[in-house]
Design a protein around this ligand. Structure first.
Ligand SMILES: [Zn+2]
Length: 323
């Protein structure tokens, strides 16, 4: 397994205070992995290929002064350059079929920073996966399984049918950024190419087990040239920022979606146990080295709510896909 990593990714750190999105995450990630080949990122990329010029300039200025972009999203003097190198890391992951262990994360960053009316940028500076999706011009499917909605990615490609974006996340009425409802399907030619699947708080692995064949079916119908994972591990039970209860079981299944496809992945969230246990399980799935761990089962009330909502979502999406 190839892992794109640079020591420079550890230099973006909160300047004056503690923050969950810090360089310890990469230490946790690296110590959880065995038998990986470390690959250096491609050179820093130009964020203006996906973000507005004024936003890029704002990041450069705030980074020089070590000022936060908002109450969630800090910068330090390295942030601007490191965020550009994270774009290069995602590109390298695409080139070598690997996982980009990059920071800062990207999926909440839209064209102008905050996306789809979100209150903050949720720790994200430049959108790593969107940079690659935009650059390659191939038909691409992005599966985002971070527990938060990938609102930046969705906004950037909202009217683009070349980019299929399937996002699985906790119910947005209960969690940042407050978007990612099943009826948000894209617009104009992009309508039907943005799919949001919602997990109720308390959801266990049995919800992901139900979703995998649905996602697989959509991927088969779309038939992408490349499958990209916005790989967040904060839906792991006890990771700390949300109320979803996934275990290794789900991350193995999600990784196995790469079977028979050209794929790459970029790191989004995941702060504690999710990084330590979810990330290696995801890699086992990608390598089809499945160990079939015991699933976390949802409470009956959670599962029945999930199944009701999934039924409604599928009915709605039937105007675009055979589900
Ligand atoms: Zn997240």
């Amino acid at each position: 397994m190839k892992v794109v990593f640079s020591e420079l990714y550890k230099t973006h750190n909160p300047p004056f205070f503690h923050h969950v999105e810090n360089s310890d995450r990469l230490e946790k990630a690296l110590s959880s992995l065995h038998d990986v080949e470390i690959v250096e990122p491609s050179s820093p990329a130009n964020p203006e290929e996906i973000h507005d010029r004024d936003y890029v300039e704002l990041v450069r200025r705030f980074s020089a002064r070590e000022e936060p972009l908002d109450q969630d999203t800090y910068t330090n003097k390295y942030t601007y350059e490191v965020a550009r190198l994270a774009l290069g890391g995602a590109m390298k992951a695409y080139q070598v079929q690997g996982i980009a262990l990059v920071r800062p994360p990207g999926h909440h960053a839209g064209k102008y920073g905050r996306a789809m009316g979100a209150p903050t940028q949720g720790f994200c500076i430049f959108n790593n996966i969107a940079y690659v999706a935009n650059k390659i011009r191939e038909k691409i499917a992005i599966v985002d399984f971070d527990v938060h909605h990938g609102n930046g990615t969705q906004e950037l490609f909202y009217s683009d049918p070349r980019v299929l974006h399937i996002d699985i996340h906790q119910d947005p009425t209960t969690l940042y950024p407050g978007t990612g409802f099943p009826f948000q399907v894209g617009e104009r030619e992009g309508a039907g190419y943005k799919l949001n699947f919602v997990l109720p708080p308390g959801a266990g692995d049995d919800t992901i087990e139900e979703l995998i064949p649905v996602v697989q079916s959509i991927l088969d119908q779309f038939n992408p040239d490349v499958l990209a994972f916005s790989a967040g591990f904060d839906a792991f039970e006890g990771d700390g920022l949300a109320s979803i209860r996934l275990s290794e079981f789900s991350f193995e299944l999600l990784g196995s979606l790469g079977k028979g496809r050209k794929w790459f992945a970029t790191l989004e969230g995941g702060y504690n146990v999710g990084i330590e246990r979810g990330l290696p399980a995801f890699i086992r799935g990608l390598e089809l080295n499945l160990t079939y761990p015991k699933p976390n089962v949802s409470d009956d009330s959670v599962m029945s709510r999930f199944m009701d909502e999934l039924k409604q979502t599928k009915l709605y999406l039937n105007q675009f896909w055979r589900l």
